[in-house]
Structure formats: C-alpha cells, structure tokens
Design a protein around this ligand. Structure first.
Ligand code: PNS
Length: 161
C-alpha cells in the first residue's frame, strides 16, 4: 500500500497542479494533497480556501484526500504514514531547488523518497505566481486555472469580470 503526498502551496491551484494530481493518483494507492500552511508567505488564499478549492477539484478521484500541514513535511508524513513525496519538474530551472529539498528530506528522514514527474508540456510554463501576476492586472487566466476558480481569483484583486 503506497501512500504518497503531493505537497505545495497551491496559491492558487493551477491546471498544472490538477494534471499532476490526476497522474500521481493513477500510480499510487493513496494520494494526499498536502497544502502548506504558510501564513508567513502572506498567501492570496487562506489555507482553508486552498484546501476547499483542492477538495472541490479532486472530489471525483477516490484515492485522493486533501489536508493542510505546517512544520516539516517529513514530520507530517510520519504522522499520516506516507513515505513518498511527489513533485513536478517543469524545466531545468526547477531542478536545483527540487534536488536540494529532495536530498534534505531524505537525509532528515531516510525512509522518505521523492518521485519527480515531468509536468505536462501544455503546462510547463505555468505557476501560481504567473497566475497571480496575470490576474492582478485583469488578464485572461482561463487557460491557467480550473474554470470554477477564475472568478474567485479575480475577486481577490477586486476585479469583477
Ligand atoms: O508549491 P511550493 O511552494 O513549491 O511547495 C514547497 C513545499 C511546500 C513542498 C516546501 O516548501 C515544503 O515542504 N515546506 C515545508 C517545510 C519543509 O519540510 N521543507 C523541506 C526541507 S528544506
């Protein structure tokens, strides 16, 4: 029984994240989408809002659950009995940072392994930061995020479309 976590900030969830969740769920028995409770980063969406959006978008995938965590990822994994971390690699620019955290996590908790999935080419340019940048100026984000979240994102910038 392989229980994995797909951790991230998801501020907000993008189509790239959704693609990763669907693909990860098809290769592990149980997938927890772990939302970092990073209030210090001053997120656009509260952790409750991010969890709720992810629950909405994953509700039809039976082996996926969504939860928030704070503190060290490996400590949270021990609490929930997960041994695998899934992360996406978009481009070579992601590699150094991802390698560093994967090796740190493995060093701190040797039972923990990280698996990288290359992101779908369609979304290889996409990030939550890009979504926020475009949305803040009222640009079209319809190709970047699930349709049901578009309005919620604009509303954060007091933009009514
Ligand atoms: O979506 P992000 O912001 O790239 O996700 C980063 C995340 C949440 C995976 C990473 O910051 C994390 O695991 N934070 C929790 C603290 C921790 O365990 N850090 C790893 C050791 S350096």
């Amino acid at each position: 029984m392989k229980k994995a976590i797909y951790p991230g900030s998801f501020d907000p969830v993008t189509n790239g994240h959704v693609d990763m969740i669907v693909r990860s769920a098809s290769i592990v028995d149980e997938l927890v989408v772990g939302v970092l409770n990073n209030s210090a980063k001053n997120p656009l969406f509260s952790v409750e809002e991010r969890v709720s959006m992810l629950e909405e978008i994953t509700k039809d995938i039976p082996n996926v659950t969504v939860a928030s965590f704070d503190g060290l990822l490996v400590d949270y994994m021990e609490q929930i009995g997960a041994s695998l971390i899934i992360r996406g690699l978009r481009a070579v620019t992601d590699f150094e940072y991802e390698l560093q955290i994967a090796q740190t996590n493995h060093r701190v908790s040797p039972a923990v392994e990280t698996i990288f999935l290359t992101t779908n080419l369609k979304y290889s340019y996409l990030s939550s930061t890009i979504v926020k940048e475009v949305a803040a100026y009222g640009g079209d984000i319809s190709h970047f995020v699930p349709e049901q979240f578009i309005e919620r994102i604009y509303r954060k910038y007091n933009i009514v479309k």
